[in-house]
Design a protein around this ligand. Sequence first.
Ligand code: AMP
Ligand code: GLY
Length: 427
Amino acid sequence: MRILIIGSGGREHALAWKLKQSPEVDEIFVAPGNGGTASPARNLPVSDSDVPGLVALAREHGIDFVVPGPELPLTLGVVDAMTEAGIPCFGPSAACARLEGSKAFAKEIMQAAGVPTAACGVFSDKESARAFAAEHGAPLVIKADGLAAGKGVVIAMTMQEIDAALDDMFSGRFGAAGETVLMEEFLRGEEVSLLCFCDGESALPLPSAQDHKAAFDGDKGPNTGGMGAYSPAPVLPDADLGRMADLTVRPVLREMARRGTPFKGILYAGLMITDNGPKVLEYNVRFGDPECQPLLMRLDEDLIGLMRACVDGTLAGRTLRLKPQAALGVVLAAAGYPGSYLKGMEISGIHSAERLASVCVFQAGTRREGDKVFANGGRVLCVTALGEDLADAQKHAYEAMNCISMPDSFYRRDIGAKGLKRLREVK
Ligand code: AMP
Ligand code: GLY
């Protein structure tokens, strides 16, 4: 089988690493890929947003199965286009990818499906948004409707911050993504990610994972794409996965099917576990990055078989085989990220890190020249390790990170800390 993976992040490196282990897979191509995907796979220089270019590429290379990583090609309809070309493609149609592409649409689906979520108003002009804020008061969470690369959410704790956020959202800075704005009740609690394989009708949950969105230790600093992740997250134990999927994922599958647009692929519910139970903050329609890296290290079966079952609608009755260990990944980022950052720094020590037992270094913003690797993006790589438990996985991941050096870089030292604290409290 010949596979085409779309994207260039750490998630796509992890997908290539995992798919390469399948006896059914002969060759993997990644468009456009990164310094890390160049060796288990072959990189091809086509952008992840060029849907016609990707279809042409898949035809040219005789691709049997396509795996898009990021949300952009999904919202642009890459699954529809590949399917039309007769090439099976893992993921949701454009109609379903709106669950991530439009927060107002996701809210409408959650309300229709009876999924617990924050109370919310949807506005297309500043005056009515201001009137809503005056009525409800601070704090409020203000969100641009469309894709804004993680920058479209503001937690406004005061009326001044609400005003400033509305000025910013309606300033046109987010283009069409900011023409509609959501104002949401502020929720307190611990966040966790629930990802499910979906085949249009059935949902098969992966174990829980926890992302670390803030740039710095102690959840300080600006939000990023994610600075590290681990699985399982003690806040959502394995025993509760089925019940949580019943509450937050399966009703959405039923609602999407009822509308004639059944959801296939990964449905990722971003949850806040509050004192009043779980609430859905958002849906993503793909693997999270970096959640994918620890999750795939724990998956103890052939990924391509699961993906095909989603596309073919044959997931019902399947269970997942998982390694009993925990996994934890730490992201190394370029100084300045998530703002403007430096590029071109040489990275050393990747091989020494990879020689440690149960460690994978998944590359993201990297470029390879001969046997040298250089930084080429904000999130540069994700060092991921398995361990007997969360503490052990954390220890191995940081030992491996210690082998790696790169000028003008930083990483969080507290990935996993929240989970370990919860485990200590339970004891
Ligand atoms: P979203 O893209 O909607 O998941 O929002 C990005 C981040 O903003 C989330 O991961 C949360 O940390 C935070 N957030 C979003 N909505 C809320 C809310 N209603 N209450 C508190 N925090 C929120
Ligand atoms: N790590 C969060 C995301 O992939 O959206």
